[in-house]
Design a protein around this ligand. Structure first.
Ligand code: FPP
Length: 232
């Protein structure tokens, strides 16, 4: 597997179950992300994309939104050196221009510093799958197109066209929906859902998700070995 994507859900419920504030759940979630990066590298995965903040998350209470922005800033500041040392390339997808100016600067700096890394962590921030498609369409329009598009040409206007599509998407916390995550890129991805809240997602869960993926036969809309036609 080249690319794993994760909807890191359940931080709030994890915190509530412990009588803590939601932000403590997000903090624990950031620690989980660090551990999971290690598991990915051990498994030979080259790309990890995580949904950290959606276009809809701006509607959350102000204190939670600003707490999450601070958490992202402090993650970037405190982990920068380690990311460079470990060869982790930090990237973002989403409407980065909507984030606080200071955070935008920190992101740009970290992206530059880690550009040589061979493992890519992509963080979706102020991200929406529909927003990405609309942004791509507008970018295409702004390029003064001379001819209509095919799928490959349209892909080149997406946020990170050089990153391969996810092979597997994991969503934690028992919600079984895609919630506007990588709508275009997951057309043929496998999905894995688990009831575990993101802060509790550990090695065992990771291994279970990968084992489930490896048992699946990916047909990408083609025909399987027994000659039966498949839809996807
Ligand atoms: C969903 O749980 C989680 C989020 C909206 C935030 C995810 C953010 C992190 C894990 C923080 C760190 C990320 C980085 C890159 C350092 P929820 O709040 O919707 O939980 P709930 O459904 O239980 O309320």
């Amino acid at each position: 597997m080249r690319h794993l994507a994760i909807i890191m859900d359940g931080n709030g419920r994890w915190a509530k179950a412990r009588g803590r504030i939601r932000l403590q759940g997000h903090r624990a979630g950031a620690d989980t992300l660090e551990r999971v990066m290690g598991y990915c590298r051990e498994a030979g995965i080259r790309y990890l994309t995580v949904y950290a903040f959606s276009t809809e998350n701006w509607k959350r209470p102000k204190a939670e939104v600003s707490g999450l922005m601070r958490l992202l800033s402090s993650f970037i500041r405190s982990k920068a050196r380690k990311l460079v040392k470990d060869g982790i390339r930090f990237r973002t997808i989403g409407r980065i221009g909507d984030l606080p100016g200071k955070l935008q600067g920190e992101i740009a700096q970290l992206e530059r510093k880690t550009a040589g890394g061979d493992f890519t962590l992509t963080v979706a921030l102020s991200y929406g799958g529909r927003a990405e498609i609309v942004d791509a369409a507008n970018r295409w329009l702004a390029s003064n197109p001379a001819a209509p598009l095919d799928e490959a040409a349209f892909s080149s206007f997406m946020y990170a066209p050089d990153i391969p599509d996810p092979d597997l998407v994991i969503r934690t916390s028992g919600e079984i929906r895609t919630s506007n995550f990588l709508l275009w890129e997951t057309a043929y991805s496998e999905w894995y859902f688990t009831d575990v809240f993101w802060p509790d997602f550990g090695r065992e869960e990771f291994d279970k998700a990968l084992a489930s993926y490896s048992k699946r036969e990916r047909r990408m809309g083609g025909v399987n070995e027994s000659g039966c036609e498949k839809n996807g």
